[in-house]
Design a protein around this ligand. Structure first.
Ligand code: COA
Length: 377
């Protein structure tokens, strides 16, 4: 049946526009909950700040998988350790992809190309191996082998050639636990959309990696450090004003859901202070660098908050997770170019659980668009 223009016009505007799906609920989840007004984050049934202090990343990954599958899961830390070792066996075959100049491109290419281990825990175990090996290859160094005797966090630091002392391992664990899941953020939504089509886990993770790479999502921490560098010897307000005047956003500020300071910023600030005091005895210079960065970051944060509240009095724009992620990962010695990829290693736990949760609904995600294009004569 051919529609008349009148019918087509009527059918073309049935839905109201929600350009970024703000406030639209498209899934039920048992995995995490964000209260943007109160600044609260619950992951796997526990407040993020409590979980960060009390659980290993391996345990959180296990809890997320159990919640998604509604079944007890065999010891995830053993399976993860085995997956890392198995992934390392493929490093030489994947070296061209791993050595790509951009760490996220490298991670995406290697993950998509890996011929074996395409199940959830194999993918989760492979990510730190690929990120670390890629970094070593780009620097002209030999990759360092994974060991099943180490935790996920310790193994990553060792594979990067960084000091794996207890203080740094603990801080990286806090980081990964805190970012392990965050409700329906853009990359998790991307993973769920692909999973909803019945596609495989690797394809869903590839979609999530692509979404995370964007500066409005997981690509902000590198630019946050650039901002801190640029304002080190200057009045932050003047620099921030010139960024806004050039039409750029202040990285690490603002959030789709939070209308208060991101609760993860508090967790990372605390982790930084503890790392600083733990390093003070044996690594005085590293500890002093953290103190200086933190003090400067707080000055820039206050200046950005004040400026943005003048520009947007009705829309609170406060520090988000990326602001203090930048400082924490820098304090661990992780290179700036790896910040988003390091975020991906932690968030992958949430992605995999969401993929499983989505699969169990058996429902295709396929929203509608309002047609505003030309109509046939
Ligand atoms: N710097 C300057 N202005 C900002 C801003 C920022 N960081 N974040 C939001 N705004 C402004 C927007 O320009 C917009 O202004 P307008 O109404 O005059 O056009 C207003 O605040 C609302 O922004 P909008 O893009 O509609 O909000 P959102 O919910 O879609 O965006 C983010 C959320 C995270 C994408 C946004 O805050 C942002 O771009 N932040 C910087 C990037 C970042 O840190 N990303 C990591 C997020 S965890």
């Amino acid at each position: 049946m051919v529609m008349s223009n009148q019918q087509l016009q009527a059918s073309a505007r049935p839905v109201a526009k929600a350009s970024g799906l703000e406030g639209v609920v498209v899934a039920d989840t048992r995995l995490s909950h964000v209260d943007g007004e109160r600044g609260e984050l619950i992951i796997a049934g526990t407040r993020a700040e409590v979980l960060a202090e009390s659980a290993s990343f391996e345990l959180v990954a296990e809890r997320l998988v159990e919640l998604a599958t509604d079944a007890p899961h065999a010891d995830v830390s053993v399976a993860l350790a085995r997956s890392r070792v198995a992934a390392y066996d493929h490093v030489s075959a994947l070296r061209d992809s791993l050595a790509l100049p951009d760490a996220m491109d490298a991670l995406l290419a290697a993950t998509a190309q890996a011929r074996s281990g395409r199940d959830a825990l194999s993918v989760l175990g492979a990510l730190p191996v690929y990120v670390a090996a890629g970094e070593r290859l780009r620097a002209g160094l030999t990759p360092i082998a994974s060991s099943a005797q180490r935790s996920h966090a310790e193994d990553f630091l060792v594979m990067l050639g960084l000091p794996p002392d207890a203080a740094r391992v603990r801080a990286l664990n806090v980081y990964w636990v805190t970012v392990s899941d965050h409700s329906l953020n853009a990359s998790t939504f991307a993973a769920r959309v692909v999973a909803s089509t019945g596609s495989d886990i690797v394809s869903s993770i590839a979609a999530a990696l692509g979404a995370l790479k964007g500066p409005l999502h997981g690509g902000a921490p590198g630019p946050v450090l650039d901002m801190l560098d640029a304002t080190r010897d200057a009045d932050p307000r003047i620099w921030l004003e010139s960024e806004l005047a050039a039409g750029r956003r202040i990285m690490g500020m603002g959030h789709r859901i939070y209308r208060v300071r991101d609760p993860r910023a508090f967790v990372f600030e605390r982790a930084l202070s503890r790392l600083e005091s733990e390093l003070a005895a044996d690594h005085g210079a590293a500890s002093a660098a953290i103190v200086e960065r933190l003090a400067h970051a707080r000055r820039v944060e206050r200046a950005a908050e004040a400026l943005l509240s003048e520009r947007h009095p009705d829309r609170p724009l406060r520090a988000n997770v990326e602001f203090y992620t930048a400082l924490l990962l820098e304090a661990l010695g992780i290179p700036r170019g790896l910040f988003t990829a390091t975020f991906a290693i932690g968030r992958c736990a949430g992605w995999l659980a969401h993929i499983e949760e989505q699969r169990r609904t058996g429902k295709l995600i396929r929203p509608a668009a309002r047609y505003i294009g030309p109509l046939p004569e």
